[in-house]
Design a protein around this ligand. Structure first.
Ligand SMILES: *Cc1c(COP(=O)(O)O)cnc(C)c1O
Length: 396
């Protein structure tokens, strides 16, 4: 019995969906490193430009390597269609520029990626799009922030860097009751651990730079959702303005998706072990990880996700100095704000990823100076604990 693509398991789709073989019969999907495409005749060129005939014209519009990535990711997320972009921020910006107009209002969780907040506050505000920020886990606050002009709700779950979990189904219901859309940044979980569209979200954005690549090699992003929003409004914006994914990066991410489920399992396993170890460490005041039963939304995370993710944050006893000491004493864990890499990374959110926020916004978001964030990579767990203990051990 032949199964439909959508009936395949997510691991099969991660390896097989979207593949389009050229006449050369290549087994591994290739890079179409070309800016434009050739037509057979003037009539064909005219038909393609007018949209009467499908086909590639120019890589700002479509490219076969990019399309393979888009189809594979759309399939994994269970979405109708996907648009690849040059970065995660380009994806988020494309959603806003594609769907919003002056006078519209957005409700956004307070703890989203720092640049996302700056996009709303400093850029979209100049074009007449207002935004309100609420606590991710406070469903009543979302409801209360909605105005007749609210067009869109935007969230990340788990939040960065505190790993709070939003009730996506409840927020989707609130959004829809007010004719608004729910947009979820699914960067931290990836479709392997969480599929927001199945929970009622309308649009998903990704920074492919993180887990989808998984080895820190390139910048990229994606928007996944229904045809009428993504193929029409959002794609029209990207094809006209050009925050397009490069074919080379698409090829990296396409192959990154193939190993995503295996890598996510490894990230989750190491993050859980780090969280449990930190939890009993005398130099640690608090650990944030959805997999711990001390996490306030542990039960929700269990329901909503099929794994708890690779990000752990913790507060050391002492302030910024103590936090920096832990970071500076690592031997191999990389001091970088990037995450979702096979290499473990460590960062001090208050002075890096969230450094451009005002002190007030940082405090509202709960990002203290003693907070350290770790993105668990795939190294041996004993070595990871040893590396973190080099600094932590000195604090006790
Ligand atoms: C990194 C990140 C982004 C932005 O992605 P870029 O590829 O760096 O533009 C957006 N959201 C989250 C949750 C991220 O971690």
């Amino acid at each position: 019995m032949a199964k439909q693509l959508s009936q395949w398991g997510i691991r099969t789709r991660a390896v097989r969906a979207g593949t389009s073989r050229s006449h050369e019969g290549e087994h591994s999907e290739s890079i179409f490193a070309t800016s434009s495409f050739v037509c057979d005749s003037a009539a064909q060129a005219a038909a393609r430009f007018s949209g009467e005939e499908p086909g590639n014209l120019y890589s700002r519009f479509t490219n076969p390597s990019v399309r393979m990535f888009e189809e594979r990711l759309a399939s994994m997320e269970g979405g109708e269609c996907c648009v690849g972009t040059s970065s995660g921020m380009a994806a988020i910006n494309a959603v806003m520029m594609g769907l919003l107009k002056s006078g519209d209002h957005v409700v956004c969780s307070r703890n989203v990626f720092g640049s996302t907040i700056l996009l709303f506050k400093n850029i979209l505000a100049r074009f007449g799009v207002e935004s309100s920020f609420v606590t991710l886990t406070d469903t009543d606050a979302w409801q209360a922030a909605i105005t007749p002009k609210t067009r869109l709700l935007f969230l990340e779950s788990p939040g960065n860097p505190l790993t709070e979990i939003a009730d996506i189904a409840a927020l989707a219901a609130i959004a829809h009751k007010h004719d608004a859309l729910l947009v979820v940044d699914n960067c931290f979980c990836t479709p392997v651990l969480q599929r927001p569209l199945e929970l009622g979200a309308d649009i998903i954005v990704h920074s492919a730079t993180k887990y989808l690549d998984g080895q820190g090699r390139g910048l990229g992003g994606a928007v996944v959702g229904p045809k009428n929003l993504v193929a029409d409004d959002i794609y029209r914006y990207t094809r006209t303005t050009g925050p397009t994914m490069s074919p080379f990066n698409a090829w990296i991410f396409l192959h990154g998706l193939e190993t995503l489920s295996v890598r996510m399992r490894g990230h989750c396993e190491n993050a859980m072990a780090i969280a449990q170890w930190l939890h009993q460490h005398p130099a640690v005041a608090k650990v944030n990880y959805p997999g711990l039963d001390t996490h306030p939304q542990h039960e929700l995370a269990k329901r909503q996700q099929s794994g708890f993710g690779g990000i752990v944050s913790f507060e050391v006893k002492g302030g910024q100095e103590a936090a920096w000491q832990v970071i500076d004493n690592t031997q191999f864990i990389s001091i970088t704000a990037n995450l979702g890499d096979v290499k473990s990374t460590i960062t001090h959110p208050a002075t890096t990823t969230h450094g451009r926020l005002t002190e007030e916004d940082r405090q509202l978001a709960g990002i203290t100076r003693s907070l350290v964030r770790v993105s668990a990579g795939l190294e041996d767990i004993d070595d990871l604990k040893c590396d973190l203990d080099r600094g932590l051990g000195k604090l006790v």
